[in-house]
Design a protein around this ligand. Structure first.
Ligand SMILES: [Zn+2]
Length: 383
């Protein structure tokens, strides 16, 4: 490392555990003792690290150890769903400290939903360390850099809304907004898979279908943030179902939870919710298994294209419909192994989400922490 290692770079060494004493930092960076002291003081002043005596004393002064202080700040986060929103306060390691779920109809629009969110954060923040950044996952396409929601047909009242400045007016910290499936994919990858693989495709199948792509360890957002919108890729032999986007046989219209409910009702099954469908799958109802498996095959058509394009190491299925994993995944597998290339499927794993519904808030916290704890951001904050 350069002799001019910055405060932010030193923070990364401490956070990762590569350096645990001032002597370590001097050795790794080549900085003089006073230069190290100056940078350590800046990090301590910002509450980012603590230095305390730990371990057995060998008779002289006990060794002072530096460690990242995950309690030095908090990250308020929320994962908005169509009807249910998870709200949480996380520490600087991304661990959930407090969590509450609210039933909010996202279609009520930003004027209703955002104030409710901010009120809830304010209550939860009482007595906590200062907020360092805020993260939000929304069920819409998001132009990531601007935090602008774009999806006109799904969250009509949110179209074109630039969320960060609205929140920053009340909470003057960095505010990051992304598509809900992107943050879920990120949470699942970091917590479950990061140590073994860098390429993951997360497919969320709930009332709607979306995907988040982790490529080379990072989220693949595309030019503006619209990557992963697989719900509106058409399938073959869909039967001519009109999608809410105006096209025919989009994956969303033939394989989502909404489509499964519709198809089951057409067979005379009295299913009110996806929980009813899950119960029928668990009971081994043949008709239900067939409908879910067919949805899986259609999902497989689109996922096989994504597998050919992206070559992920694992495809993770999440969302409410993933509760029906067995018939769903057998339909998906059937088609993927027919259609994807041999090399792409040679060691391909298809698994069910490990984190489940909690992945969204974890992903939101990690998105914010990557941003506010980066070497550049720490340099800016301590200079
Ligand atoms: Zn569509």
């Amino acid at each position: 490392m350069s002799r001019l290692a910055t405060t932010g770079e030193i923070f990364q060494l401490i956070r990762s555990g590569e350096a645990v004493t001032r002597a370590d930092i001097g050795r790794v960076t080549g900085l003089s003792r006073p230069a190290v002291a100056l940078r350590i003081a800046a990090l301590r002043d910002r509450g980012l690290i603590v230095e305390d005596a730990e371990g057995p004393s060998t008779g002289g002064r006990p060794p002072l150890r530096l460690r990242f202080d995950a309690a030095g700040g908090v990250v308020p986060v929320a994962s908005l769903g169509a009807t249910r929103t998870q709200i949480a306060i996380c520490d600087l390691a991304g661990e959930v400290l407090l969590r509450t779920d609210l039933d909010i109809d996202v279609e009520e629009g930003p004027d209703v939903v955002l104030p409710l969110l901010m009120d809830t954060w304010e209550k939860l923040l009482d007595g906590q360390a200062p907020a360092v950044g805020i993260g939000l996952g929304v069920p819409a396409t998001v132009e990531f850099a601007a935090g602008r929601t774009e999806s006109a047909r799904v969250m009509a009242s949110w179209t074109g809304v630039v969320i960060p400045p609205i929140i920053a007016e009340r909470f003057p910290v960095p505010v990051l907004v992304d598509n809900d499936v992107n943050v879920i994919a990120m949470g699942e990858h970091r917590v479950v898979y990061a140590s073994e693989l860098d390429d993951l495709l997360f497919v969320k199948v709930s009332t709607r279908i979306g995907a988040g792509v982790i490529s080379g360890g990072g989220i693949l957002r595309g030019a503006l943030g619209a990557a992963g919108e697989i719900g509106h890729i058409p399938v073959m032999d869909g039967g001519g179902v009109l999608c809410r986007c105006g096209n025919l046989d989009c994956l969303d219209s033939v394989a989502s939870g909404t489509a499964i409910l519709r198809d089951l009702r057409a067979t005379g099954r009295e299913v009110l919710s996806l929980a009813d469908v899950t119960a029928l799958v668990r009971a081994g109802d043949a008709e239900t298994m067939a409908v879910v498996r067919q949805a899986g095959r259609r999902l497989g058509q689109v996922i096989s294209g994504a597998v050919n394009l992206l070559n992920p190491a694992v495809v993770v299925l999440g969302g409410d419909v993933a509760e029906m994993f067995q018939p769903l995944v057998s339909g998906v597998r059937e088609v993927i192994y027919q259609r994807s290339t041999q090399l792409a499927t040679r060691s391909l794993r298809i698994e069910r989400s490990h984190l489940g519904p909690g992945a969204g808030i974890t992903g939101c916290a990690l998105m914010v922490l990557d941003h506010v704890l980066s070497a550049e951001a720490v340099d800016a904050a301590t200079s």
